[in-house]
Design a protein around this ligand. Structure first.
Ligand code: S3P
Length: 436
């Protein structure tokens, strides 16, 4: 699908975001592992949720979708009937995680603890992403896991059960790896400790604690004792990663005001707010609330004068999914923005360093690619051009926002990739741009 975007005279409106993708995945998976029935509402939309639902149902979890739920009052609600530990069925088909790295890695953690054989795989992009980082610790815990290329790529074949806790230190700060190990650790013998170079998103830890797990964490290190989970109703807050596109659109457009109600503001995810504010973006955070261990708030962003910043070090895992759209914001900032320590971007749904540099350069930005990031010279005038999503939802949406900000018309080839995490993205973009 080729998506055409042009610059509107004004950008104004309120955007209702889909539910946070990371919290949605955990709400479905951890409630499948728990005993009891849970109601999960405001779940994320898109292909990635389909992938998680397909894998959990493939293991025998009953998950029913209701509209106009009488219990939660939500327009859409999922009833998850937990199977409890030991309650899953050996899947008779290959579990298909689609494009979703979170689904594959978190479900692999669950499979490692099950006393049966299973195979999990995904689409071409996912089959090229590194899995050795979960295979090694899950194997050390006692699961038999093998995969292509010396057990480093999916499909992964897993014969699980009989796990023991380990102390594992990772080279990368990855919430997916941490979560896979913690999920396996719930039913391992003894305690499981995972240590990472910097704090990564902590939704798994928060939800496990709220569901009764014995878990202690200081951000970089988490220690879990074997625990059974109690099911828990979850109302998922709006996706801060989805909000980033509109925050950048509003901050960079000369005549804009966008409000975003009910956005998750877990501190391990708010790096995007910190970076944009440091750049000078006018963003207000109002009506802070907390539900099921996760804070949320209403955000309002307006046209702003931006200045360059350096994005590096410990903040990188807290801003990892927003770097492509922050690179776009840097094109509108005065001065030189340096993004470094972000080599992880090369193993996302696409190589997001080269995809971002390719897209922004096509529009006339001065961007230099580096092995672990990029350097962006702000202040050049972007002009509409033809660019590609590289099959990656966040690149498709970044280039869509670039189209709102560049002069003339921008074409995004493969714009349909946005549906992986944000199926309503293009509609919302058109609605915001058309308001008088
Ligand atoms: C996610 C963690 C991040 C992020 C991904 C979702 C999660 O990946 O990029 O979109 O839900 O745990 P890593 O933990 O591998 O960095």
């Amino acid at each position: 699908m080729r998506q055409l975007v042009g610059p509107p005279a004004r950008l104004e409106g309120a955007v209702l975001l889909p539910g946070d993708k990371s919290i949605s995945h955990r709400a479905l998976l951890l409630n499948s592992l728990a005993r009891g029935t849970a109601h999960v509402s405001n779940l994320c939309h898109g292909d990635d949720r389909v992938s998680m639902l397909r894998c959990l149902r493939g293991l025998g979890t009953r998950i029913d979708r209701h509209t106009d739920c009488a219990i939660t009052g939500a327009t859409e609600c999922f009833n998850v009937r937990g199977r409890g530990h030991g309650g899953f069925d050996e899947p008779s088909v290959v579990l298909n995680a689609g494009n979703s790295g979170t689904t594959l890695r978190l479900v692999a953690g669950l499979l490692a603890a099950q006393p049966f054989f299973s195979v999990i795989s995904g689409d071409r992009s996912l089959r090229a992403r590194p899995m050795g980082r979960i295979v090694r610790p899950l194997t050390e815990m006692g699961a038999r896991v093998s995969g292509r290329m010396e057990d480093s790529l999916a499909p992964l074949a897993i014969r699980g059960g009989g796990l023991r806790g380990i102390v594992h230190e990772t080279a990368e700060s990855s919430a997916q790896v941490k979560s896979a190990i913690l999920i396996a650790g719930l039913h391992a013998k003894g305690k499981t400790t995972i240590r990472q170079p910097s704090a990564s998103r902590d939704h798994t830890e928060r939800m496990m604690i709220a569901m009764g797990a014995e878990l202690a964490t200081d951000g970089r290190e988490a220690t879990l004792m074997p625990s059974d989970l109690r099911s828990m109703d979850v109302r998922v807050p709006g996706d801060i990663s989805g909000s980033a596109f509109w925050l950048v659109a509003a901050a960079c457009h000369p005549n804009a005001r966008i409000s975003l109600p009910g956005v998750g503001i877990n501190p391990t995810r708010t790096g995007v707010l910190e970076v944009l504010r440091e750049m000078g973006a006018r963003i207000r955070v109002e009506n802070v609330k907390e539900e099921a261990g996760e804070p949320s708030a209403d955000l309002v962003a307006e046209s702003s004068d931006l200045s360059a910043v350096e994005i590096s070090g410990d903040i990188i895992p807290r801003v990892i999914d927003e770097i492509p759209v922050l690179a776009l914001a840097a094109c509108f900032a005065s001065g030189t923005t340096v993004i470094k320590d972000a080599a992880e971007l090369r193993v996302k749904e696409s190589d997001r360093i080269s995809a971002t540099v390719d897209g922004l350069s096509r529009l006339g930005a001065r961007v230099e690619e580096r092995p672990d990031g990029m350097v962006i010279e702000g202040g050049s005038i972007l002009r509409g051009a033809e660019c590609d999503s590289f099959g990656d939802h966040r690149i498709a949406m970044t280039m869509g926002i670039a189209g709102l900000l560049a002069k003339g018309e921008t074409t995004v080839d493969g714009g349909e990739a946005a549906a992986v995490s944000y199926p309503g993205f293009w509609q919302t973009l058109n609605d915001l741009a058309q308001r008088p």
